[in-house]
Design a protein around this ligand. Structure first.
Ligand SMILES: C[S@@+](CC[C@H](N)C(=O)[O-])C[C@H]1O[C@@H](n2cnc3c(N)ncnc32)[C@H](O)[C@@H]1O
Length: 235
């Protein structure tokens, strides 16, 4: 099955294990459910597998196996889980943690006492990857993307993803986003001439991301039927 430059509607844990060969990825850039079990925005939208950070512990070792040697893995999280994930990565996996990027948003979150305005991205390395710039800050800015009842509550900015892609990969490299949501990575990879594999479990966001990607490439990529039907909605 040709899985490259497609968005797949599947449970990534099963899809990665079954369809992605070991040591084939040039990078992973992914934004998993953080685990904060929240409803987002006025519509109180939820994200699948966001009840806890558990899915992160399951996917990280798989990503290590599928990456080539001397590559990087960018994993988004927030201040509540960053220390737990770092502890897990350091003690339970073969990744080395290279950097913690702070992503500063232009909007400020809801709350009292303190209101959140940043997210984190843990940069993990398998081997000794090379980077394309010596001038890449560990503070990045991200424009907030308003969401409504139709759109994804955690959509990341295209520029954030393209900056990371350009820093860590070369043209025609293969990048995985196994929690692809609204399809930001697919659009960013296309615009930078990289190949991608995107996986999204939620059928609604999967369909919307395919529409978004089609619009971006001016093409007509067909909706895939669920590759791993039986696994839908299980972590
Ligand atoms: C934080 S969001 C990603 C948002 C994305 N970066 C964007 O720009 O739109 C995490 C996504 O992971 C999806 N997800 C949860 N469990 C999954 C699984 N087992 N396999 C694939 N996707 C999953 C959720 O449905 C959600 O859309």
């Amino acid at each position: 099955m040709d899985i490259i430059n497609k968005i797949h509607n599947a449970n990534c844990l099963e899809f990665i294990d079954k369809y992605i060969n070991d040591e084939t990825l040039d990078a992973v850039i992914t934004d998993p459910p953080y685990g904060d079990n929240e409803g987002y925005g006025r519509n109180n939208k939820t994200i699948l597998n966001n009840e806890s950070e558990e899915i992160n512990y399951k996917v990280i070792p798989l990503l290590y196996k599928k990456l080539k040697n001397d590559t990087s893995c960018y994993l988004f999280t927030n201040w509540k889980f960053e220390h737990k994930l770092r502890n897990f990565i350091e003690n339970e996996t073969d990744f080395n943690i290279r950097m913690l990027i702070c992503i500063v948003k232009n909007n400020i979150g809801m709350g009292y006492g303190f209101r959140n305005q940043h997210e984190f991205c843990i940069v993990m390395e398998k081997g000794n990857p090379k980077y394309n710039s010596n001038d890449f800050s560990n503070v990045m800015k991200m424009q907030h993307i308003n969401h409504n009842e139709d759109t994804h509550p955690h959509e990341k900015g295209i520029k954030l993803f393209t900056d990371i892609i350009k820093h860590s990969t070369k043209k025609n490299d293969l990048i995985l986003d196994c929690f692809s949501g609204s399809g930001t990575l697919a659009v960013a990879a296309h615009s930078t001439n990289r190949n991608f594999i995107c996986i999204e479990l939620d059928e609604n966001y999967y369909q919307k991301s395919v529409t978004r990607y089609n619009k971006a490439i001016g093409g007509s990529f067909k909706l895939d039927t669920n590759i791993i039907q039986s696994s839908l909605f299980t972590p």
